[in-house]
Design a protein around this ligand. Structure first.
Ligand code: 6MZ
Length: 346
């Protein structure tokens, strides 16, 4: 099997995907059609070029936070949100994903409450499990650029949703523009959610901020996202790097996102290599496959080609990722990946 096919066929797990950043061109066209047919104004015009941040785009990480409002204007009703969720789940499934934790920030809109937002995504996940051979779970997001009171409300909603849908809602995460907001302000909300049984993942070290990285690692999240500026090569310190290596907290790595936002100069110098060689668990993820025009299989292929990994190592990346999923279905997911490995004797 050539590398493209191999990365596609390999059963994979996606653990870091923001719903509104994952909308493909085709999904957005469906949504625009729905808004037009329903007589709703979607407030977006020629938006694709603006939404997608490809290689060579002159925008950087802080600019990319502007583009999510484009997706938000297309997911403001329960019907549109359901369409966006269902189509996105189908795309991950078609790409060979066998387990996904999709994350999203509940929003009050003109047409729905935050509670309805959560219910809509949960119901789509429940329905999709009836016809897709992919398990899907929901991580609720706190946007750190919103006021702390909003984060507290989201954490309460996450706890209530976890009690209502323990089979679907699995975690709470902190994301958003990393230069805004102080991590310590979110600790009480995150702690309450953790005490209620939710797993926690934090965007950590997306920009250079060694003090915050140390505070986050001390909090002992179940996983962290990105981890770009933890190694001293990328503005981290010896302390941040050794704290991560000692903690062995798994890192959700998003190669194309980091390259396209210029958080990392190029694939060759990506910190995947440092993490991998140091034995820190790494999970290959897409982040925002719509914005960065990528897919999970593409991320696996890029990783294999850049770091010269043979098929056995690539398969092992997927198998190891199964150990870090938040739902209590590790065995089922491991079996899927292992059967593929056994079938092709990799
Ligand atoms: C930090 C990010 C992100 O929640 O509306 N988000 N936060 N770093 C990133 N790296 C590029 N990419 C996406 O999806 C969009 C939201 O996800 C977060 C931002 O808060 C963005 O508004 P949802 O489904």
């Amino acid at each position: 099997m050539d590398l493209n096919n191999f990365c596609h066929e390999l059963p994979k797990v996606e653990l870091h995907a923001h719903l509104n950043g994952s909308l493909s061109r085709s999904t957005m066209l469906h949504l625009k059609r729905y808004y037009a047919d329903s007589g709703l104004e979607d407030k977006t015009n020629a938006f694709f070029d603006e939404f997608q941040i490809g290689a060579g785009d002159c925008r950087n990480l802080s600019d990319c936070f502007q583009v999510f409002s484009i997706a938000h204007s297309l997911t403001s009703t329960p019907e549109a949100l359901a369409m966006a969720t269902t189509l996105t789940l189908q795309e991950f499934h078609s790409d060979g994903c066998c387990y996904i934790e999709l994350r999203s920030t509940p929003r009050n809109t003109q047409y729905m409450t935050k509670e309805q937002y959560v219910d809509t995504i949960v119901h789509c996940m429940q329905k999709s499990s009836l016809h897709l051979s992919m398990l899907s779970r929901f991580i609720i997001s706190i946007n750190r650029s919103y006021p702390v009171a909003e984060a507290e409300a989201i954490a309460e909603l996450a706890i209530a949703s976890y009690k209502k849908y323990p089979d679907v809602v699995v975690g709470l995460e902190l994301s958003g523009e990393p230069t805004i907001g102080k991590f310590q302000d979110f600790v009480p909300a995150l702690t309450r959610a953790r005490e209620a049984g939710l797993k926690i993942t934090l965007h950590c070290g997306e920009v250079c901020n060694p003090e915050e990285i140390i505070e986050m690692l001390k909090f002992k999240p179940d996983r962290i996202g990105h981890g770009t500026c933890i190694h001293p090569r990328f503005g981290g310190t010896n302390d941040t790097w050794s704290a991560l290596c000692a903690s062995k907290i798994p890192v959700e790595v998003c190669l194309t996102s980091n390259v396209n936002t210029k958080s990392t100069p190029d694939y060759d110098s990506h910190h995947f290599k440092d993490l991998y060689e140091a034995g820190v668990p790494v999970i290959i993820c897409t982040d925002d496959k719509g914005v960065f025009t990528t897919s999970l299989s593409n991320e696996y292929r890029i990783c294999a080609e850049t770091f010269n990994l043979d098929q056995s190592r690539v398969a092992r990346l997927s198998l190891d990722a199964c150990q870090h999923i938040f739902a209590d279905v590790q065995k089922t997911v491991v079996n899927k990946v292992q059967s593929f490995i056994d079938k092709y004797n990799i």
